[in-house]
Write a new protein. Structure first.
Length: 59
């Protein structure tokens, strides 16, 4: 859906349609909680071991 709104012209042209889409989309608390939990885990792990970094494939 967002691909249709790549340019300023298309955003102006379909603004109401996209606004309606956003207004009708449902946001579930559990989705946000999972995202928050994942971010918190990354923030808490500020000094990971070299083995963990390599295992996660950061290099």
């Amino acid at each position: 859906m967002r691909q249709e709104y790549r340019t300023p012209e298309s955003r102006r042209q379909y603004r109401q349609q996209y606004s309606d889409f956003l207004d009708t989309s449902k946001y579930y608390a559990d989705v946000f909680q999972r995202m928050i939990d994942k971010i918190q885990h990354l923030v808490d792990d500020t000094n990971p071991s070299p083995e963990k970094v390599l295992q996660q494939g950061h290099f």
